[in-house]
Design a protein around this ligand. Structure first.
Ligand code: PEP
Ligand code: MN
Length: 339
């Protein structure tokens, strides 16, 4: 249920409604928009049906939220959410953001070297996995805490925000010390225990779409995080499994405008995992920007042949730099900026 307050509603009236909701056992989430303040009530709808919130002073109207996801829906918040990843680095506004770096953190020197190049090209966010969710238990599993130390140091030195994947709720505090954004990977999109844990923090979370998840499934998973109080969520389309075998995954470009219609949350596109082939990354990145995404996540490696994971889909820094230049033009053509 959504309560829309009158433009002249006072803080006192707002507090009164929230307190009443609390007594009824409902959770109130207040969203302060430019024009209106909206309160979303989460809890048994039957309580709300017998409690006429319309009569409370300051209330303009009461509406049911029809979508099964409530807090992530556009009905709950009309304006786009802007998520701050680190001081001065935001995602979801007019400016597009690029997250770039190796699939896995492989060492301090190699991370610093590639980070300098992606930063110079225009990426403000450094990516790199320290805990890798590999299909085979015999493949490189990541450097763990050592890798996290490297990404923190390099991020600080270059003033970049940092993102790394969290795969185990037991690592949440450890990762909190080292990175600015928790990445929830495709394989964990419906790991509800993990979603609840990151939801109980205030740290930004990037939630990647599961390989066989619908857009609705993705939004429901995001709802788990918001319902615990963390509204700093970014969605990521990274391709889904289809019958097509020419590419690693099938990037669902439709997801960008569909998510934009249904939700206020920012959406990032990952053309690296979406295609699995470096030669296709540029085309899909350009398409994603044209479709209206808020950012991109791109894997970059200085020596893809030697990469410990995902070399086949990693761009070399020179190609990444050339691509960002093209993306600037595409962004401008659709009314966005890529600084
Ligand atoms: C990654 O970003 O390296 C990764 C493992 O992504 P996904 O969860 O989308 O497969
Ligand atoms: Mn990868």
């Amino acid at each position: 249920m959504i309560v829309i307050l009158r433009p002249d509603a006072t803080e006192e009236q707002l507090r009164h409604i929230v307190e009443k909701a609390d007594k009824l056992g409902l959770t109130a989430h207040v969203s302060r928009g430019v024009e209106r303040t909206i309160i979303g009530f989460i809890g048994p709808e039957d309580i709300l049906r017998v409690t006429p919130l319309e009569v409370f002073p300051g209330v303009e109207s009461v509406m049911p939220v029809l979508a099964p996801y409530k807090l992530v829906s556009r009905e709950f918040q009309k304006e786009d959410s802007v998520v701050e990843l680190k001081k001065g680095i935001e995602i979801g506004g007019k400016n597009l953001q690029i997250m770039a770096g190796p699939c896995s953190i492989e060492g301090y020197d190699s991370l610093l070297s590639v980070a300098k190049k992606v930063k110079a090209a225009g990426a403000n966010i450094l990516r790199g996995g320290a805990f890798k969710p590999r299909t085979s238990p015999y493949d490189f599993q990541g450097l763990g805490e050592e890798g996290l130390k490297y990404i923190k140091e390099v991020g600080a030195e270059l003033e970049m925000a940092t993102i790394a994947e969290l795969i185990d709720p037991r690592d949440i505090e450890l990762m909190d010390k080292y990175v600015d954004v928790y990445q929830i990977g495709a394989r964990n999109m419906q790991n509800f225990a993990l979603l609840k844990e990151v939801g109980a923090t205030k740290k930004p979370v990037m939630l990647k779409r599961g390989m066989s998840a619908t857009i609705k499934d993705l939004l429901m998973s995001a709802e788990y995080i918001l319902s615990k109080g963390n509204f700093n969520v970014i969605l990521c389309e990274r391709g889904i499994r289809t019958f097509e075998t020419a590419t690693r995954n099938t990037l669902d470009i439709n997801a960008v405008p569909v998510v934009k219609q249904l939700s206020h949350l920012p959406i990032v596109v990952d053309p690296s995992h979406g295609t699995g082939r470096w030669g296709l990354v540029g085309s899909i990145a350009r398409a994603a920007v044209a479709a209206g995404c808020d950012g991109l996540m791109i894997e970059v490696h200085e020596n893809p042949e030697e990469a410990l994971s995902d070399g086949a889909q990693s761009l070399v820094p020179e190609n990444f730099t050339a691509l960002v230049k093209e993306l600037r033009a595409v962004a401008r053509a659709v009314g966005r900026e890529l600084l």
